[in-house]
Ligand binder design. Sequence first.
Ligand code: GAP
Length: 516
Amino acid sequence: MAKQEDDFKKVISHAKEYGYVFQSSEIYDGLSAVYDYAQNGAELKKNIREYWWKAMVQLNDNIVGIDAAIFMHPTTWKASGHVDAFNDPLIDNKDSKKRYRADVLVEDHVAKIEAKIEKEVAKAAKRFGDKFDKEQFLATNQRVVDYQEQATAILKRLGRSLENEDLADVKKLIEELDIACPMSGSKNWTEVKQFNLMFGTKLGATADSAMDLYLRPETAQGIFVNFLNVQKTGRMKIPFGIAQTGKAFRNEIVARQFIFRMREFEQMEMQYFIKPGTQQEWYEKWKENRMKWHLSLGLGEDNYRFHDHEKLAHYADAAADIEFRFPFGFKELEGIHSRTDFDLSSHEKFSGKKLQYFDPETRESYVPYVLETSIGLDRMFLAVFSNSLVEEELENGSTRTVLKLPAVLAPTKAAILPLVKKDGLPEVAHEIIEDLKWDFNVTYDEKDAVGRRYRRQDANGTPFCITVDHQTLEDRTVTIRHRDSMEQERVSISSLKEIIHKAVDMKTWLMKMQKL
Ligand code: GAP
């Protein structure tokens, strides 16, 4: 646990030190769970967004993208169920006065049981070496089977109690599991209460005429209310999808873990409109498709897993998370939800407008079902960033900090370094920049010895360092150093564009999805 915390602290301080993420309004001591993306962070975030947009919109001729407003008519949130049901179950510790999400306390307890399973697996893998069969071990080792049963039973009971709004049983569960306040160790708990997560605001100049609004807690509703407009103007035929990225706001009570849980965050969501009865088939397809998108980035297959929901949101008939191994353990990164016709039917009811699709083949009208994929951009940022940050032991005994970002997402693709600040080398370096900058984000660095500059770019995640030296003046060649292998090769200036392009081209990376 201490190592996990330590690793996570390193991630947060690296993000600050290298201009990725800053605490919001830091000069006023910051605002809790609100963050700003700095010069490198904004680029990385933009690249992740583009990687998602291309995969969803550009590569699917039946998916289009929109950009709906953050403010929506307040009835939207009545219809969507958020006014009545977008609640978190909260519990206070009477001694420490700290407030927690009751379900998170239980889930964290389960995570500890799961960590014990992982420990047993690691021990056995070491003992049995090549002969180790993980599946068999998980199914037959009595201790592991017992842990697994414990974890499943706890999650089942939590899911059932939350679904039945039986908050007294959630408290009972916390007491039975002997869960203590993580801050104080006290087990002196209040009752569990529901708390709505939406931020309210007002539209209008005077107090009398002002209209109560909410900041949207998800981008999905902007898609639902535009469903018919898009379908008609785009002449879309079912199945088809509408995608969008944008800010969402939630008054998260347990807002910790850096950009994992924020009060203002960005979502990348896609609603896929389908014929009722086909939802199971599309649910499986989109689970597979989204997992391939993740795997194409090469962060490691072992770092992902599916988690099927026991407790379903008020709108869903099936739901799964893609979980990622964050520095603090496996947690939700993306949700895939089969939302039935809940949203469109409800908007029909509340608006009095028909939101139906006319099938030209069967000549029937119906309210489509919806399959949703929803990923937090900030969470994806954290997944990529934390997974990429490594400390490497080098052969000479020294260590280097390197941010092994997938090259396609790296904010800066190449740094151009004149070996010395004289003899015309800076001029050639600038010439190279003038040529490359039309295609890639590149940077110039002449300060310090070249070794230190390499380390700086490694820590910044820059995939290539291009060094201009005296030989360059003679034969128009430079050395290009690869961030991950640290290998260097001598290449002609005229080949640089092609080398960099091969490594960072989105098409090449996205095409990996087809081979998975
Ligand atoms: N439209 C469905 C929806 O909003 P959700 O599971 O509540 O579903 C989807 O959110 C995704 O949004 C999550 O998987 C997560 O990546 C991201 N997300 C949710 N709340 C967040 C928060 N407070 N901070 C950062 N990301 C968040």
